[in-house]
Design a protein around this ligand. Structure first.
Ligand code: ATP
Length: 343
């Protein structure tokens, strides 16, 4: 097992600053997710760790050894991309064996390793098939097996599940996590999907414009966002943000509940909620409206689970509350988290 670390890492492409001074370190066996919107520099960061892109400046360490200048094959990493590029004319066996052949391993050792990886990923019965005769999930596992036979210290995965449909994707996510836990290989995983990041990551680095906005556990990022970017990027629907004089006050849609639910509770803050529209999704009701008296310009959402059956009429004002701990405060200028303020 090994760790990955980057120090003050930068990458400029002419005028574009793709990675703008990133410090990041994994622990051993960690599943570390790089999450952020398109163009924030996730892939460039991963490609620099892999040795496929040369940093403009900064350092990369794998297992505490400086990697700058070393070619990808000297880094003990295995990378799986979004398009896993299996060779269509080769069987699954030959696809998995391909990197071993390139390394000059003899046929017997190759067979042992391919069979070991195929068993681990539960594709051993498909070894004689061609990729086009496999499902998307099975193909993805072949790509993982091909990466695994090289016995990498580090897995680098760039949106490996994005070609799969929603149902297969959920199953493949479970498989991948279970496999990663079993193998204990430190993994850096790129995604723009916050649900995937929250469900899979031991820790998540939330990126924007080539920088890390926050690095923490899913729980820390969701409940204690470092700034308004993280607060609104994570969570669907995103955190509500109301404008006050020099700051913003935030609360999650699921924390914004009818007063009748908790009775009169002095530890909860009361808001008037003008509900304009009610959307019933079966599992939840989404209520869309505004908060008169506090910030009538900003749209606010409440998410009520179907277990809350209190009737809510649209086009009316209702009394809603938020627990004190669930109120978050941010500086209006910088967007950074600040200590609580009186409302
Ligand atoms: P996505 O999720 O869309 O893949 P990303 O977060 O992975 O995005 P990168 O692919 O790392 O982002 O790109 C970061 C920035 O660097 C973008 O503005 C992109 O246009 C730019 N960029 C990436 N590769 C190159 C390149 N080879 N030449 C010039 N600019 C590039």
């Amino acid at each position: 097992m090994a760790t990955v670390e980057v120090r003050d890492l930068r990458k400029h492409f002419d005028d574009t600053v793709a990675v703008d001074g990133i410090d990041l370190a994994s622990t051993e066996g960690e599943f570390l997710v790089l999450l952020g919107p398109s163009g924030c520099g996730k892939t460039t960061l991963l490609r620099m760790i892999a040795g496929l892109e040369t940093p403009t400046s900064g350092e990369i360490y794998i297992a505490d050894e400086l990697m700058n200048g070393l070619p990808p094959r000297a880094r003990k990493i295995a990378m799986v991309f979004q398009s896993y590029a299996l060779y269509p004319h080769m069987t699954v066996f030959r696809n998995i064996a391909f990197p071993l052949k390139a390394e000059g391993l003899d046929p017997e050792q190759r067979r042992d390793k391919v069979e070991w990886a195929a068993r681990l990923l539960d594709i051993d019965r498909h070894l004689d098939r061609r990729p086009r005769h496999l499902s998307g999930g099975e193909r993805q596992r072949v790509a993982l097996a091909r990466a695994l036979v090289r016995e990498p210290s580090i897995f680098l995965l760039d949106e490996p599940l994005s070609n799969l449909d929603a149902k297969l994707r959920a199953a493949a996510r479970d498989d991948l996590l279970e496999f990663q836990n079993r193998m204990g290989i430190t993994t850096v995983y790129v995604t723009h999907d916050q649900v995937e990041a929250m469900g899979m990551g031991d820790r998540i680095a939330v990126m924007e414009h080539g920088r890390i906005r926050q690095f923490g556990t899913p729980d820390e990022i969701y409940h204690h966002p470092a700034d308004t970017f993280v607060a609104t990027f994570i969570g669907s629907p995103p955190m509500n943000l109301l404008h006050r004089s020099d700051h913003l006050v935030g609360f999650r849609p699921e924390s914004f509940l009818p007063e009748a639910l908790n009775g009169h509770d002095p530890t909860r803050t009361s808001f008037a909620f003008q509900v304009n529209r009610v959307e019933n999704l079966g599992s939840d009701r989404y209520l869309y409206g505004t908060v008169p008296g506090l910030d009538e310009q900003t749209k606010v959402i409440s998410r009520l689970p179907s277990t809350v059956s209190i009737p809510i009429e649209p086009q009316r004002e209702h009394q809603f509350t938020v627990a004190e701990d669930d109120l978050k405060f941010f500086d209006k200028e910088t967007g950074s988290s600040i200590p609580s303020r009186p409302l």
